[in-house]
Write a protein that binds this ligand. Structure first.
Ligand SMILES: Nc1nc2c(ncn2[C@@H]2O[C@H](COP(=O)(O)OP(=O)(O)OP(=O)(O)O)[C@@H](O)[C@H]2O)c(=O)[nH]1
Ligand SMILES: [Mg+2]
Ligand SMILES: [Zn+2]
Length: 345
C-alpha cells in the first residue's frame, strides 16, 4: 500500500496507479486496491506509456517504471500517461546479465520477497545464497519457500541446510497437495506486496495460481478478459488477491549476478564477519595474513565460497563506485605498509 506521505505527493490532474507489468516501453497499470484513483472503477489493468519528459530524463534501467512501482498517471486524449515514479520503498535488482555493470530492476516496493527453491534435484544452496545476499543488500525482508515438498518424505534436511544460509523464515510447502500453504497467510494482507523469485521451474506460478484459485473470481477475471494468466511466466506480473495482497510473479532467472552486495555477503557469512574481530590485524583480509581467525576456524569449503562471493561483490562495487576503489587502494597500501613494518621489526 502506498504510504500516506507519498500519496500526498500526487496532485491533480494526476492520480496514482500501480505498475502491473512492463513490455518494451508499454506498461500495464492498475489501481491499487487501497488507492483513491480515477482508475479505481476499472476491473482490468490498462495500457499506459511513459511521458516524453520521463523518457528523456531516464538514463538507467532503474529510471523506468517496474512491476510494483506506484506511479502518477493522467489521461491524455484517451491514453494513459505515466508522469513519474513515486519514491520506492525498496527495489529488488540484480546485475544485468549482459555483462555491463548496470543493475536490472526486478520488482519494487516489496514487503516480502519469497526466494523460491524446490525440494528436488534442482535444490542448490549456492544459488540460494546469491538470492539471500541480493535480498539483504537490497534491504528487502525475505523468506525462503521450499516448494514441492510432496516429492520428499522428510524435508527437514533441506530446511536445515537452508537455515545455514538464510536467517529469514523458511516455509516448506507443496502447491500440489496444499500442505503448508497456510504458512503464507501471515505475509498477506491489504497492505502487503509480495514477490516470488527463483530459478525456472521451481513452482512460483503454480504457487501463485494456487493462492488465486481459492479466489476464483480474481483469476477468472484476469484470464477471460485479458488473457494475462497464461503469460505470468514470461514477464514480471502483479496480481491482487481479493484480500488486497499484491503478488508479483517473476520469470525464472538463469543466473543471479551480484551487484552492490557486500552488506548481503557479510550477513549471510555472519560466522566470518564475527570471527574477523578475532584476527590479529584489525583490517585482516583473511587471505595470507598471519593470525587470521577466519582462515584458522572456518571450513575450507565455506571459506572458498565466501572468498568467491565477496570478491565478486567487491569487484562490482568498485566498478560502481570510484571512491570505494580509491579507498580500497589506500587500504591495501596501508596493509602492505603495515606488513612491511611488521617484517622489518
Ligand atoms: N510435485 C510438485 N510439482 C510442482 C509443484 N509446484 C509446481 N510443480 C510443477 O513444477 C513445474 C514448474 O512449475 P511452474 O509453476 O511453472 O514453475 P515457475 O517457477 O513458475 O517457472 P518459471 O515460470 O519458468 O520461472 C510444473 O510442472 C508444476 O506442475 C509442487 O508443489 N509439487
Ligand atoms: Mg512461472
Ligand atoms: Zn583474518
Amino acid at each position: 500500500m502506498l504510504p500516506k506521505n507519498i500519496a500526498a505527493l500526487v496532485e491533480s490532474p494526476f492520480t496514482c496507479a500501480r505498475v502491473v507489468s512492463q513490455d518494451r516501453g508499454s506498461y500495464l497499470v492498475a489501481p491499487d486496491a487501497n488507492l483513491d484513483s480515477d482508475l479505481k472503477n476499472m476491473s482490468q489493468p490498462v495500457r499506459a506509456e511513459i511521458s516524453g519528459a520521463m523518457r528523456h530524463g531516464a538514463y538507467v534501467a532503474a529510471d523506468f517504471p517496474i512491476a510494483g512501482d506506484f506511479v502518477t498517471v493522467k489521461n491524455s486524449n484517451g491514453a494513459t500517461i505515466i508522469d513519474r515514479i513515486l519514491p520506492r520503498k525498496n527495489l529488488f535488482a540484480r546485475r544485468a546479465v549482459d555483462g555491463s555493470s548496470e543493475s536490472q530492476p526486478i520488482a519494487a516496493n516489496l514487503d516480502t520477497l519469497f526466494i523460491t527453491v524446490a525440494a528436488n534435484k534442482d535444490f542448490n544452496l549456492r544459488r540460494l545464497e546469491r538470492y539471500v545476499i541480493t535480498a539483504v543488500s537490497c534491504n528487502i525482508p525475505y523468506a525462503v519457500v521450499l516448494t514441492k515438498c510432496d516429492l520428499m518424505a522428510d524435508a527437514s534436511i533441506l530446511i536445515d541446510a537452508i537455515r545455514t544460509i538464510a536467517h529469514g523464515p523458511v516455509l516448506a510447502l507443496s502447491a500440489q497437495n496444499g500442505s503448508g500453504m497456510e504458512l503464507l497467510a501471515p505475509f498477506c494482507g491489504a497492505d502487503q506486496t509480495i514477490a516470488f523469485v527463483g530459478s525456472s521451474g521451481v513452482g512460483k506460478s503454480t504457487l501463485i495460481n494456487c493462492l488465486l484459485a481459492s479466489e476464483t473470481l480474481a483469476i477468472n477475471k484476469i484470464r477471460s478478459q485479458d488473457d494475462r494468466g497464461r503469460h505470468t511466466t514470461t514477464r514480471r506480473f502483479l496480481q491482487h488477491l481479493t484480500d488486497g495482497t499484491a503478488i508479483i510473479d517473476t520469470p525464472g532467472m538463469r543466473e543471479l549476478a551480484l551487484a552492490d552486495a557486500e552488506a548481503g555477503v557479510s550477513e549471510v557469512f555472519a560466522e566470518i564477519t564475527q570471527l574477523a574481530g578475532r584476527c590479529r590485524f584489525r583490517d585482516c583480509l583473511h587471505g595470507s595474513e598471519p593470525g587470521c581467525a577466519v582462515k584458522e576456524t572456518v571450513a575450507d569449503s565455506t571459506y572458498e565460497n565466501w572468498r568467491k562471493l565477496s570478491k565478486e561483490a567487491a569487484y562490482e562495487s568498485r566498478k560502481h563506485d570510484r571512491e570505494a576503489a580509491a579507498a580500497e587502494k589506500a587500504k591495501w597500501k596501508a596493509i602492505h605498509k603495515k606488513a612491511n613494518r611488521e617484517r622489518n621489526r
